[in-house]
Design a protein around this ligand. Sequence first.
Ligand SMILES: [Zn+2]
Length: 322
Amino acid sequence: MKELTIAGQPIRPGEFKEININIARLPSRTQIDTPIYVYRAPVDGPTLALTAGMHGDEINGMEIVRRIIDGGHHKVLRGTTVCMPIINVYGFLNYSREVPDGKDVNRSFPGSRNGSLASRVAWHLTHDIIPFIDVGVDFHTGGAMRTNYPQVRCVMQDPRNVELAHAFHAPFTIDSPFRPHSLRQTAAKQGKNIIVYEGGESLRMDAAAIEEGIHGTLRLMKFLQMIDWAPEPKIESRIVWNSSWIRARTAGIFHPQIQAGDLIHKNQLVGSITDPFGEFREQIKSPVTGYIVGLNNNPVVNAGDALMHMGMDDFCKLHPGE
Ligand SMILES: [Zn+2]
């Protein structure tokens, strides 16, 4: 069997190893380590990375990876799993998306060994993880008090990326080009395929989104022939080609009348904005036919704030006015 080394540590067939990556230390001198759990099956196969907590407040992703480890699902029959439940330990400790200097790790790739905190965290992933994997799922949630209906984001122009997203089979599969300086883009430059799973809201446990994330991961493992059984998807995955935001036309209190995941028809009443003093109520109608793939949960809105993220699949394109 070929040799396998992850983050400088050799992993033998049938071996499980906890590897601690030392990122930096806090101003109090406390060292900050982040653990990576690597399991190598006795039989060769692909190496799959499951990463979460790039944004430190996105707990659903951490919980998905935690339950995969807790349930023993990382101990696959063939290949290797690399589980990293908390990439951004600083953000996790501070209930925040970013690292303490306000930078976003997922806009800091490929990173720099001696750069800012975000860039150091990115550097470790670029050098200690990406070169040794074949495929990855990076788990995220909605931010800024917005919830994302369970969805996989992939690059539709990349057939392998689409294949992986299809195997995961989340309720929505959304075309999402690479963001500059993101993990996905940096991995793609090394010929590695990473898809992003989004489910629920930051700092809120979302049982359905967590379950979808675990089931999707098992389906992906089965597709990669790492395991033999995975739960069948309950619904068809809607392929979303384009998406747009419905924004607040006025400031006030937002009252949605729909739920994330709903199919909305053009001109359908989706909610209203009132002022807090009972003076006015402005109704919000959808300008498009589409699915609610993301929804703002913050009732206090300013003009221009994003209220609902609408995703359009082939059905919506064929029935734009219904
Ligand atoms: Zn995120």
